[in-house]
Design a protein around this ligand. Structure first.
Ligand SMILES: O=C(O)C(=O)Cc1ccccc1
Length: 313
């Protein structure tokens, strides 16, 4: 069992892999991109790849959704890992903040440090790299490349860089969700707190109201916890839908929902059932008697919206 991850050494993906108990004691291989890591799973070079799926601040990782939405996806998620992420600005020892003209990083890291960059390095150009650690390595190896990288603090140690500023992300509580993907196989046995992921391909759902798709699950007591529409590339309004639901493919409710979709002529693509990493998300507490979340009645609230007033809680 060899594990692939988005490399090089020192990425958040490597830190996520470290949190995967099944990977302890197995060889790990870094890959340059999400695509090459997943190709290695597909061709059997490695058994599993750990790649980023979404971040609590910047949203989904396009490269991963593109791979999963590709026609004839043959990969299943076997685990999810939630990793808190913090960012540091790092450069070759002796570099001063004033010297920095070009900053290199991964798009998701840059996207979470824009305020800090605007305040402290407003004139620096930002260039993008395949990962945070590849940015750090490039800064350490080349005199011509960028002056600084934004990466995990551990990347500074690994590539001999000096941290000039730490905790530069917009949110201290930022979390990235990584997934472990392997070739499709029967799902691991239910644990009682599982999640299942599905892709509803654009071709299958064209012309269907999204509410119909969701009702197939909610009508059978299955909570949908994540919905992402993803462009199929074939015109506006043509979307794939990624859904996560609470429950395992072997659970009765999930099975009934899939069969209901099938009866409507929708063939879903199963992306795996796996233990849910986080605590179950509590839904909003709605007092059905009062019929309103705040002090206004629902009728008053509707009037506020119809009147075009700005949001007033
Ligand atoms: O580049 C990395 O280190 C990754 O693992 C991808 C990433 C980048 C920024 C936030 C979360 C994950």
């Amino acid at each position: 069992m060899t594990y692939a991850y988005l490399g090089p050494r020192g990425t958040f993906a490597e830190a996520a892999l470290r949190l995967l108990p099944a990977a302890t004691g197995s060889p790990w291989t870094p890959f340059t991109t999400v695509g090459t890591a997943l190709d290695a799973v597909r061709d059997g070079t490695v058994s599993t790849a750990v790649v980023p799926l979404e971040n609590s601040v910047r949203g989904v990782v396009p490269a991963t959704l593109d791979e999963l939405a590709g026609s004839g996806n043959t990969l299943h998620i076997t685990a999810e890992i939630e990793l808190p992420v913090g960012f540091s600005l790092m450069a070759k020892p002796g570099t001063r903040l004033d010297d920095i003209q070009r900053v290199l990083s991964h798009p998701h890291a840059h996207g979470q440090c824009r305020q800090w960059l605007a305040g402290r390095l407003p004139n620096a150009r930002v260039l993008l790299s395949t990962s945070t650690a590849s940015a750090a390595r490039e800064v350490s190896e080349s005199d011509l490349a960028c002056d600084a990288a934004i990466a995990a603090p551990v990347a500074a140690e690994r590539y001999g860089l000096e941290v000039l500023a730490s905790g530069i992300g917009e949110r201290e509580d930022a979390i990235t969700r990584f997934v472990a993907l392997r070739r499709a196989a029967p799902a691991p046995a239910p644990t009682g707190r599982d999640r299942s992921s599905f892709l509803l391909p654009a071709d299958e759902v064209r012309g269907r109201p999204v509410t119909d798709l969701l009702a197939s699950f909610s009508g059978r007591g299955v909570d949908v916890t994540w919905v992402q529409s993803w462009p199929a590339g074939t015109g506006l309004g043509s979307y794939h839908f990624f859904l996560d639901v609470n429950g395992h493919i072997d659970d009765e409710g999930v099975g009934l929902a899939i069969m209901a979709l099938h009866r409507k002529g929708i063939n879903v693509c199963f992306l795996g059932s796996y233990p849910h990493a986080g605590a179950p998300e509590p839904g909003p507490v709605v007092d059905a008697q009062a019929g309103a979340l705040g002090s206004r009645s629902s009728e008053e609230w509707l009037e506020v919206l119809r009147a075009g007033d700005a949001f007033v809680a």
